[in-house]
Design a protein around this ligand. Structure first.
Ligand code: NAP
Ligand code: MG
Length: 503
């Protein structure tokens, strides 16, 4: 062996030795598999879920559901007509009479607990599917939507055997068959808000998800099968606006619970009145986020960002109107713009994404049109400069300042990442401006002074008021609005009340 070769061999030996030594020092971590590696089975074609089975629509028609982040088709869904709705209502009626309303509360509770646990077990799959079909960032589906969905089932499962305590001194009984119509912004969460209390109270349901985001509702149907839920207790019919209208018009439906736009809500209220149905309505909003000069500004900026840019601004209670006390306006805007520049817009399945895809082409067009209109109406417009993905529906976060209170952006629900900013000098002016809207869903107050927070909160006409935080939800807390934001409450004890008759 030559001298060179021997030297090389010794070097290699020393290296291997030191690697071995280091290896023994290295700590070992077990990482959970990445969310993207979760396998989600999406069938090519889905029928309706009626009487515990998936059945082809009587219309024979189907429509596509797409991934808004790339425009690619995910599956074909049943385009249901009134005959399909009728079939689902019949199945729900049969299950109500023969089985569900006959079970004891604790038996019903067992099914709800079982569903809640399966949701937890399958949470990754549900989160990925919610993101694929609806475009919301995976970190929101994973950390907000699906955990809350499970929480609503757990919470309402607890009510099932305690209905004697729901209304003090009174007995309650279920209403019957409930028709439930939900929007596309929180598909699975809206399903949970509606199905969990309805079932806990002993009703059966026919649910119509939004046409853009029906896939997690159909996964939920599989979960009902897995939980052994009696057939017909939950029925899910997919389709368009006409499908929802057929459900509203059906004579054997006892109640309609609707979440969606104020315009459709008004239409439904008129039609449901004709057949004497009970109604709850969760509609739109134009909520004010009020920042006082004594607030912790950095936290307030985080809250403003969470208030309007969370879920692409597709949030009924979004803090879409920012009211800043004049003396801190420049500081808040400077910090807000700096923070907005850090928002990552892009692929919803990327765990680092803050702002995902706009839910549909139609919604993207609506946002663009309203923003164009806002630009024509004057004031300052500022938008984050960022490179948006070339495919799919994306919109960069933006704000409008110094517009008049009557401008489109200050009054209309944009349902996108668009913030309207104005200022105030006194608490009274802040209250007057916050209440100057047709809506009354939510509000945020930022101040270090508890007394000021309570005083302002008591004068705001909003169903949900957050202090020094925004967009925080809990299954035990009622949610709902005043004025054109609807009536009825979901969540908490209040959320069970609309699903019972008081004897
Ligand atoms: P939308 O257009 O009103 O639709 C909501 C649901 O109603 C969908 O399932 C829709 O079906 C169905 N529908 C449409 N026309 C109907 C009709 N004539 N009869 C019966 N059902 C009909 O609302 P969206 O655009 O999906 O959702 C956004 C709106 O929801 C926003 O205004 C937002 O503020 C509101 N929202 C409110 C709350 C709350 O708790 N207050 C929560 C979330 C969202 P198709 O999908 O097939 O059209
Ligand atoms: Mg979709």
């Amino acid at each position: 062996m030559t001298k060179k070769k021997t030297q090389k061999k010794t070097k290699e030996k020393t290296k291997a030795k030191s690697q071995k030594k280091n290896k023994s020092k290295t700590l070992k971590f077990n990482y959970a598999p990445a969310l993207e590696s979760t396998k989600v089975e999406i069938l090519e074609k889905y029928g309706n879920f009626i009487g515990g089975e998936f059945v082809a629509p009587k219309t024979g028609k189907y429509f596509d559901t797409v991934n808004p982040a790339d425009g690619k088709k995910l599956a074909s869904l049943a385009l249901s007509g009134s005959a399909d709705v009728d079939l689902a209502v019949k199945a729900a009626r049969k299950a109500f009479k023969s089985e569900w309303s006959q079970l004891t509360g604790s038996e019903r509770g067992k099914f709800l607990f079982r569903i809640a646990r399966i949701i937890q077990e399958r949470s990754r799959e549900l989160a990925v599917l919610e993101t694929l079909d609806g475009g919301k960032p995976i970190k929101e589906s994973r950390d907000v939507d699906i955990p809350l969905v499970a929480q609503h089932f757990f919470y309402n499962a607890g009510w099932a055997d305690k209905l004697d305590y729901l209304v003090p001194g009174k007995k309650v009984k279920p209403i019957g068959v409930c028709g439930q119509i939900i929007p596309w912004n929180f598909p699975m969460l809206m399903l949970a808000w509606k199905i969990a209390p309805a079932l806990a109270a002993g009703n059966t349901v026919v649910l119509k998800p939004a046409e853009q985001t029906s896939l997690t509702a159909l996964k939920f149907a599989e979960i009902c099968q897995e939980a052994g839920l009696p057939k017909g207790v939950v029925n899910i019919i997919t389709g368009a606006g006409e499908t929802g209208a057929a459900l509203v018009d059906h004579k054997d439906v006892n109640k309609i619970a609707f979440t969606g736009s104020t315009d459709i809500g008004k239409l439904i209220a008129r039609n449901a009145g004709k057949t004497n149905k009970k109604l709850t309505m969760e509609l739109g909003g134009k909520s004010a986020n009020i920042v006082f000069a004594d607030a912790a500004i950095d936290q307030a900026v985080e809250g403003i960002v969470a208030g309007i840019f969370f879920n692409q601004g597709h949030v009924c209670c979004a803090g879409s109107r920012l009211l800043i006390e004049e003396s801190v306006k420049d500081l808040v805007i400077k910090k807000l713009k700096a923070r907005m520049k850090q928002i990552r817009v892009g692929a919803p399945l990327d765990k680092n994404t803050d702002l995902g895809a706009i839910n549909s082409k139609e919604q993207l067009k609506k946002i663009r049109d309203l923003v164009k209109q806002g630009q024509k109406e004057g004031g300052e417009f500022w938008q984050v400069e960022t490179v948006l993905p070339t495919r799919g529906n994306f919109f960069a976060p933006c704000l409008f300042m110094d517009q008049s209170g009557s401008s489109t952006i200050a009054r209309e629900e944009v349902f996108g990442p668009v913030l309207s900013v104005s200022t105030f000098r006194t608490p009274d002016e802040a209250i007057a401006k916050a209440n100057d809207t047709n809506y009354g869903l939510a509000a945020g107050i930022w101040s270090e002074k508890g007394s000021k927070v309570h005083m302002v909160a008591s004068k705001l006409k909003a169903g949900i008021i957050w202090a020094n935080t925004y967009n925080k939800f809990d299954a035990t807390s009622p949610f709902g609005g005043f004025k054109e934001s609807g009536y009825g409450r979901e969540g908490g004890r209040h959320g069970v009340l609309p699903y019972v008759e008081v004897e």
